[in-house]
Design a protein around this ligand. Structure first.
Ligand code: ZN
Length: 308
């Protein structure tokens, strides 16, 4: 069995939180949310009967998965690496080899992350009939691991793999077994896991990594994830707009909404005069559209909100 040596990045200074030890190093520093704004959020949630929730990377940082943009701790702040671009992945066999080699190394850690108390709170809201629909921009499967069913994974899910030739979708776990069978003697040194499971390894380490193709058609395998530069499926966007139209309030949880694919639903909510609240650490692109903004950790705040 191969051994991976991990260089662990020193965690930034933290304030106390409800996050278990060892998984908080990617949560940006922040004060505990003030009690007045938590009360206002309680009122907001109580008034809603069909709540539409949109979540982002800020929810999963409390499970130990870094985000891209947070000050000091996000991937962009800590490294000069940038996420895979869709066109590059499709065009270049070398880029795919590099991507999959890193993804292979990061998989056992990335796939083992567990939902935190924010995910379980949202699942309880669904079970209690409060939450009408949840849209996530995360690809880490933590909402489905928490048992969320009224769920759209807007950018896909890293736990699934899609063939660009025939469209067949298979489990990422199955591809891991194929990687291991094809690369029995391959080993690397790696450091740091990205929000989509990518890790950082040197290009020369990648050269001998073998990437399998689709078992049905020999086509190119890609995570069933919307890479940067690609667009979200039109049918999915339409479906989410319909769920939004059926909702009477919108709550953003743990997203700066910098990516248009999520931000567009806030614009649509504004057009419909649907009230919006935002729970996030730091500013968001939709702050001017919200009647309420709560700055705080998702898990800490959501777990104190009561349902009637
Ligand atoms: Zn295929």
């Amino acid at each position: 069995m191969r051994l991976f040596r991990w260089r662990v990045l020193p965690p930034p200074a933290r304030t106390l939180s409800s996050v278990p030890a060892g998984v908080q190093s990617f949560v940006p520093a922040c004060r505990t949310a003030d009690s007045r704004s938590v009360e206002l959020l309680q009122d907001f949630v109580s008034r809603a009967s069909r709540l539409f929730v949109i979540t982002g990377a800020g929810l999963s940082t409390e499970s130990g998965i870094p985000d891209y943009r947070s000050e000091g701790v996000g991937l962009y702040a800590r490294t000069d690496r940038r996420p895979m671009q869709h066109a590059e992945f499709v065009r270049s066999a070398k880029s795919r080899q590099r991507y999959w080699a890193r993804n292979f190394v990061g998989w056992s850690q990335f796939s083992s992350h567990q939902p935190n108390c924010a995910h379980t709170a949202l699942q309880r809201w669904e079970a209690g009939g409060k939450l009408h629909w949840l849209v996530t921009q995360n690809v880490d499967a933590l909402h489905s691991k928490a048992g969320q069913r009224r769920l759209t994974e807007l950018h896909g899910c890293a736990h699934r793999v899609m063939c660009l030739g025939c469209g067949a979708v298979t489990a990422r776990e199955e591809l891991q077994r194929r990687f291991m069978a094809l690369n029995p003697d391959w080993s690397v040194e790696a450091a740091g896991v990205a929000p989509d499971g990518d890790v950082f390894i040197e290009d020369e380490q990648v050269l001998h990594f073998r990437v399998p193709s689709c078992e049905n058609c020999g086509g190119i395998l890609k995570p069933e994830v919307t890479f940067f530069g690609d667009t979200v499926n039109k049918g999915t966007v339409q479906f989410v707009h319909e769920r939004l139209a059926e909702s009477d309030a919108v709550l953003v949880v743990g997203s700066s909404l910098q990516v248009y694919s999520g931000y567009r639903f806030l614009l649509a909510a504004n057009d419909r005069r649907t009230p919006v609240a935002i729970l996030n650490i730091g500013p968001t692109r939709a702050d001017h559209l919200a009647e309420l903004r709560v700055s705080g950790r998702c898990g800490e705040v959501l777990s104190v909100i009561q349902l009637p």
